[in-house]
Design a protein around this ligand. Structure first.
Ligand code: JFZ
Length: 452
């Protein structure tokens, strides 16, 4: 049963008591990175905090069906088609025989990410369907042994990422696995071939495959391990992965292993938490349309303006943006995605300094947009251009410089009026989606509680 549903029905008091009843886990010294100092943690998270923007890739044999099973449209997420269409395992296992994505080119994918300004990629090594998109000795239900393609895309991506200076992370569905006996399935198995012992599945498939992923791609891949949907996981089951995770001290792990393991990153999905997660690293994952895996009918793409605004909003609350693309059965990223990513990249070329390595802005809210901070620099993302040409910033500090990132050599006029800083802007916005002003300020930000 999904954890979320369980939680909904339980009063807060019961939850608090339950949490109190298992203090052992919170203090579990076997969990990775339990005892690291703040300095060690900051060093481990440094590249990720600098990166801010990553590419999520959902690619698997579900990219073949692309939302259709026989002559039926299966509503919902394309990567859930086996579950939602109640496709028997033996039948789904025929899909790989038709998977021959000869147009896949790791360098082209990495270049698309890089040109978009994305600094890391997280790709589905195995999704809930249980099919491994990598060479696995543990199960021949994998792309090298069960498709005519026979290549390991993770290996090719690792090489391309290394060349381009992009970090590579792996998504691995550790609990749900509809393709191996004993693997979990939300709402239960639909095919007796799936029945079996969950612990045996963890011991024989999930743990050894994670070991393969952590061992076979060089010392710095994966940089991130992205677990998902912890159905049936318990503290004991999560602990089966700990010794492995500890073999890779630089690894960043998300919070979806289950069994109470907090991991390194919160993963709000499809939404932007209004105040971030104070004291925690976090990453909003979002897909460009509605499905994660490629879905032929789903052409409702977010606009470039939406994508940029999301990135800005997330950065202004202190998070990262992991933006998903679902490549096709041929191994191509949909044209609509490529086009939008290019446009985001063009914006990032000018405005990237207002995103990379920034932390949340100091303002609870701003009527005209968002703000990010990097040390003594504030980046003002002006989304509603002031009609009188004066931007009101609720900040009382001394300002030593103010420029538009589109015109970094031209100082803007700035004056203080009471608690407020007024910045003179040109009559029209230089960028229709998001123009950014950089303010160099002195001291700690002084933000009046009632803007003047
Ligand atoms: C999961 C997957 O089931 C889905 O296919 C996709 O991979 C996505 C990134 O992750 O879906 C979830 C997981 C967590 C939540 C919602 C959907 N959640 O916490 O709200």
């Amino acid at each position: 049963m999904p954890v979320k549903v369980l939680f909904r029905g339980i009063p807060a008091v019961a939850l608090a008591v339950t949490a109190f009843a298992f203090p052992a886990f919170a203090a579990d010294t076997n969990a990775p990175n339990q005892n690291e100092t703040k300095e060690q943690r900051d060093a481990r998270m440094a590249w990720w905090r600098e990166a801010k923007f990553g590419m999520f890739i959902h690619w698997g044999v579900y990219s073949i069906s692309a939302g259709r099973y026989g002559d039926q449209e299966i509503p919902g997420l394309s990567e859930w088609i086996m579950h939602d269409g109640k496709i028997p395992l033996a039948e789904y296992a025929e899909f790989p025989k038709r998977f021959n994505p000869t147009k896949f080119n790791a360098e082209a994918w990495v270049k698309i990410a890089k040109d978009a300004g994305q600094k890391y990629i997280v790709i589905t090594a195995k999704h809930h369907d249980g099919f491994a998109m990598f060479q696995s000795k543990v199960s021949d239900y994998n792309i090298c042994d069960a498709t005519p393609f026979q290549r390991d895309p993770l290996k090719e991506l690792a090489a391309a990422c290394e060349k381009e200076g992009i970090k590579l992370g792996f998504y691995y569905s550790q609990a749900q696995d509809w393709g191996h006996p004993g693997g979990a399935a939300r709402d239960g198995h639909w095919d007796p071939a799936q029945d079996g012992d969950f612990d045996a599945y963890l011991d024989k498939i999930a743990v050894p495959q994670v070991q393969e992923l952590l061992s076979n791609y060089g010392p710095s891949v994966p940089a991130v391990l992205w677990f998902d949907t912890p159905e049936n996981m318990t503290p004991e089951r999560a602990a089966k992965f700990f010794p492995l995770l500890k073999t890779r001290p630089e690894l960043i792990v998300n919070n979806r292993l289950g069994g109470g393991f907090k991991g390194d990153t919160e993963t709000p999905e499809g939404f932007i938490p209004p105040n971030g997660f104070p004291g925690r690293d976090w990453e909003t994952c979002m897909t460009m349309n509605h499905s994660w895996g490629y879905c032929q009918r789903d052409t409702d793409w977010k606009s470039t303006a939406d994508l940029i605004r999301n990135l800005v909003e997330i950065a202004s609350e202190g998070g990262n943006y992991l933006l998903n693309v679902g490549p096709t059965r041929e191994g191509l990223m949909p044209e609509a995605c490529v086009e939008r990513l290019k446009q985001v990249g063009a914006w990032m070329k000018i405005n990237g300094e207002s995103i990379y390595g920034t932390t949340a802005g100091p303002f609870p809210n701003l009527s005209w947009g968002r703000a990010t901070r990097k040390g003594q620099e504030l980046f003002l993302h002006v989304q509603t251009w002031p009609s009188n040409g004066l931007l009101r910033v609720p900040l009382a500090n001394k300002i030593s410089a103010a420029v538009l990132l589109t015109q970094p050599d031209k100082q803007l006029e700035v004056r203080n009026e009471g608690n407020v800083t007024l910045v003179s802007l040109p009559a029209t916005a230089p960028d229709a989606v998001g123009s950014v002003v950089r303010l160099d300020f002195e001291g700690e930000p002084i933000v009046p509680t009632t803007p003047g």
